[in-house]
Design a protein around this ligand. Sequence first.
Ligand SMILES: Cc1cc2nc3c(=O)[nH]c(=O)nc-3n(C[C@H](O)[C@H](O)[C@H](O)COP(=O)(O)OP(=O)(O)OC[C@H]3O[C@@H](n4cnc5c(N)ncnc54)[C@H](O)[C@@H]3O)c2cc1C
Length: 368
Amino acid sequence: MDYLIIGGGISGLLTAYYLDQAGASVCVCDQQEFGQESSWAGGGILSPLYPWNYDPAVTALATWSQQHFPDFLDHIHKESGLDPEYRPCGMLVLDQMIDSKVEAWQALSGQTLETWDTERLKQKQAGLSIDGEQHVFLPKVGQVRNPRLLATLLAYLEQRPNVSLRPKQGMKALRLNAAKDKVLGVETDADVIDAEQVIICAGAWTNKLFPDANINVKPVRGQMLLFKAVPELLSTIVLGRKHYLIPRRDGRILIGSTLEEVGFDKAITEMARLQLQSYAYDLLPDLQDYPIEHHWAGLRPAAPDGIPYIGRHPDIEGLSMNAGHFRNGIVLGLASARLLSDILQGNSPVVDPSPYAIQTPQSADNPV
Ligand SMILES: Cc1cc2nc3c(=O)[nH]c(=O)nc-3n(C[C@H](O)[C@H](O)[C@H](O)COP(=O)(O)OP(=O)(O)OC[C@H]3O[C@@H](n4cnc5c(N)ncnc54)[C@H](O)[C@@H]3O)c2cc1C
């Protein structure tokens, strides 16, 4: 094995995908079944929410991913026989002007924007109860259904001779084995694995596994509600008043989400259920006719400004990282994994790697 990846969420699995494509052999381990944490819990919107509010480093990864997601999803769909339920349904941002911030982001991302007045909005999407006069529609934004994306990607990776997914029952990495600032392997709750190249993709648990003053990833809980509605009710993602609605292909509608700093507590709360439910009823009153089917929570891996750590650790030979994607790990995931694979395999990087590099006092003294 060339690389050992710790963490089998979207970051770890996509990293395995691109390293395998580049000709390397990889082993992915997880402390439980693969893809059951934040990557499972998320909404699957293939865009940051209010994308103009983000640092250009986030826009760069999102833009590359958005350009390559359709082909990638088509490829793993065909190869695995499973459907990740990609849906290019667009994203409507309520009560939004095209101001200078939006224009600057548009120039950077090249995204198509439409402005809708209330009349147009009513023609396109009936049933929404809205206040503002002007709205922005992003027709190219799509979505995936997270659990299905993960199942598809896992089924694809399982067929690859140079990818080992071990073990399905869970194997927790306890600590890195290192000598003289060089990785030797990983100690797990099952055994010790020798590896010269270790990649940490442990999401919100990154700092628990690797407590390093230069890395700052903390958990931020998000709760979601799922309504069992019908396809006619909503045709596009709707974002407004701090929350959002996501219509799945089969008519189910997700309502997201909360932002809560409660450590590693993944419990759901009655308060959040009421908050999301009343938001949904206010915005789309017809939802009151449909039952709530599910309520869950996930822990987002929050790095400062939502800019993930992608690259080699400058002071520990053989250690790399792809973690800290906060609210955007699905949309940023494809580009992040490709970027890390490019760095590790010595290929020309698809985006400038410098904004995501791990900075340590030593690396700051020696930028070369
Ligand atoms: C409610 C909610 C809504 C969201 N909506 C969106 C959205 O619409 N679009 C979008 O782009 N993003 C969204 N996100 C964010 C996105 O889901 C995350 O950024 C992304 O899933 C992070 O992926 P990851 O693989 O880094 O982390 P995770 O999916 O959390 O995976 C980390 C993995 O590492 C494993 N692990 C941890 N420690 C160890 C250890 N010591 N040993 C072995 N394994 C270990 C865990 O078990 C886990 O499987 C949302 C998140 C939430 C919670």
